[in-house]
Ligand binder design. Structure first.
Ligand code: GLN
Length: 306
């Protein structure tokens, strides 16, 4: 296993100068695109690590898994379908035109910004000021790490420059998809805090392990139902890397969810935990070298499921 990780690391390292670090959230622009990491957990819970595996970065869109899970557990799939679909997207993760053109103007899926924002608003209606804590708690259970917290500087940086997300939220308020009883700043704060939660690649590999093991986390606790684990893996496969999801499925061949912080978490069925980190991104917002790292591992371990 360690040899396989070494090979993947060396292959991905050749592309370190290709990725572009996201700077539309200014604080993210400070990351070094030469930081690369990978962690694999095998069926016997043996952990294999390479690179900066304990370096902490912001989870960004990977938090959308926890947000959707919390809504699934609160409202159930049939109810949520009135607010957010499960269709793949052909547009960037923060697209406004997609929201305008979509059926009943509801976000096409929960793994793009509009979808996660409407899900956060549903949680805000139910949990009020505790909303972020509910999401954070779910992330702690998934990663099996009770010490997770968000970065105040990344949260403030995103909040200050959240023009596009505010536009999406306002559009959904104007179409009555988000309840007007809610305060836009309050539910957006919960969303931005969720995106600013700091995780390591090891945390994400443990999250991958829980999703792969049908909801049983690394220390053996049941943290989501079998059925919801199946729903999340399906969404990861079809929507997890935004408008690149089709090509990602073809090239890398495993369900995955990325974030603009540079993390990618994968999922399997009763097999592994696998995650990677490198903050240089491709034009879709997915880690450039992270994808190459995963491609090498999935080739060597014959993981492609399609
Ligand atoms: N916080 C980011 C945003 O809302 C998350 C986007 C992402 O990781 N794709 O823009």
């Amino acid at each position: 296993m360690q040899e396989i990780l070494k090979r993947a690391y060396s292959y991905a390292s050749d592309y370190l100068d290709q990725g572009i670090v996201a700077d539309y959230i200014p604080e993210l622009g400070k990351e070094d695109r030469n930081n690369l990491a990978g962690v694999l957990i095998d069926k016997d819970k043996e952990i294999y690590k390479i690179g900066l595996h304990d370096y902490k970065f912001s989870i960004q869109s990977i938090s959308k898994i926890a947000i959707y899970l919390c809504v699934l557990e609160t409202c159930g799939f049939e109810e949520i379908k009135r607010y957010v679909g499960v269709k793949p997207t052909s547009k960037p993760f923060n697209s406004i035109i997609e929201l305008e053109l979509s059926n009943k103007r509801i976000p096409v899926n929960p793994f793009i910004n509009a979808g996660a924002i409407v899900c956060t608003s549903l949680l805000q209606k139910k949990y009020g000021k505790d909303t972020f804590d509910v999401i954070l708690n779910k992330l702690m259970l998934l990663t099996d790490n009770e010490n997770l917290d968000y970065s105040n500087s990344i949260f403030n940086s995103e909040k200050k420059t959240s023009y596009a997300n505010r536009a999406l939220a306002n559009l959904m308020l104007s179409h009555n998809i988000i309840s007007r009883e809610l305060d836009i700043d309050e539910f957006l704060d919960s969303y931005f805090k969720s995106c600013s939660v700091m995780v390591s690649t090891l945390d994400l590999a443990k999250m991958s392990y829980a999703l792969s093991e049908d909801g049983i986390n690394y220390s053996g606790k049941s943290v989501l139902s079998f059925e919801n684990a199946r729903i999340i893996r399906t969404l990861m496969a079809t929507c997890g890397t935004y408008d690149y999801s089709g090509e990602f499925a073809m090239r890398i061949g495993v369900p995955a969810k990325s974030g603009v912080g540079g993390g990618i978490v994968t999922a399997f069925i009763n097999k592994f935990g696998l995650a990677t980190y490198c903050p240089g991104l491709d034009s879709h917002g997915n880690s450039y070298c992270g994808m190459r790292f995963l491609n090498s591992v999935s080739d060597d371990l014959n993981l492609k499921i399609y």
